[in-house]
Write a protein that binds this ligand. Structure first.
Ligand code: THU
Length: 166
C-alpha cells in the first residue's frame, strides 16, 4: 500500500534592495537625508549598548524630522531612532506622507564595529509598515553603517514580507 503524499504549496517571496557604493551615488535629496541621519547620531542616548543611531524622515511637504535611539536603565523602556523619528513626524505633521527614512549608526566601542548598513529591527519595520499602509504609497528606506555602502529599499515590503495586518 502506497503512502498518501499531500502536496503543499510553496510560495516564494522575492525581496530586493539596492547597494550603493556611497551616499554620493544618491540623488541630492536622499544624500542630504542620509547626512541628516548621520548628524542626528550625536544626539543618541545609548550608554548601555554604545550603539548610537540616528534616523531622518523626509516628508512630502519637504520637512525633515530627525530622531535618535533613547535607552533606559530598564532596558525595554528605551526606543529606536526610527520609531522616535516616525512617531514625532506623525505627531507634528499628522497625515503628511513620508517619502523616505534614512538610518545611520556609529559606535566608539572597541568590542564591536558597525561596518554593514544598519537595518531596522522587527518592531520598527512593523511601525514603518503601518504608516506606509495608511498613506497608501511606499516609503523609501536608506540604511548606512560606518563604512561607505548604503542599502536602499523601495518599500517596507522588501524588509517585512508577510507583515501583520488587521
Ligand atoms: N537601534 C536603533 O535605534 N535602530 C536600529 O535600527 C537598530 C537598533 C538601537 C536600539 C538600541 O538602543 C541600540 O540600537 C542597540 O540595539
Amino acid at each position: 500500500m502506497g503512502r498518501l503524499v499531500k502536496m503543499s504549496k510553496i510560495i516564494n517571496i522575492n525581496i530586493k534592495f539596492k547597494v550603493h557604493e556611497s551616499v554620493t551615488d544618491l540623488d541630492e535629496q536622499f544624500s542630504n537625508l542620509c547626512l541628516k541621519a548621520e548628524e542626528a547620531v550625536k544626539n543618541a542616548y545609548a550608554p548601555y549598548s554604545q550603539f548610537y543611531v540616528g534616523a531622518a524622515i523626509l516628508l512630502e511637504n519637504g520637512e525633515i524630522i530627525a530622531g535618535t535611539n533613547q535607552e533606559n536603565a530598564a532596558y525595554p523602556s528605551g526606543t529606536c531612532a526610527e520609531r522616535t523619528a516616525i512617531f514625532y513626524a506623525s505627531s507634528k505633521f499628522p497625515g503628511v506622507k513620508i517619502k523616505a527614512i534614512a538610518i545611520a549608526a556609529k559606535t566608539k566601542s572597541t568590542v564591536f564595529k558597525i561596518t554593514k548598513p544598519v537595518t531596522p529591527c522587527g518592531a520598527c519595520r512593523q511601525v514603518i509598515a503601518e504608516y506606509e499602509q495608511i498613506q497608501n504609497s511606499p516609503i523609501i528606506i536608506l540604511m548606512q553603517g560606518q563604512d561607505k555602502a548604503v542599502y536602499e529599499c523601495n518599500s517596507i515590503h522588501d524588509l517585512l514580507p508577510l507583515m501583520f495586518n488587521q
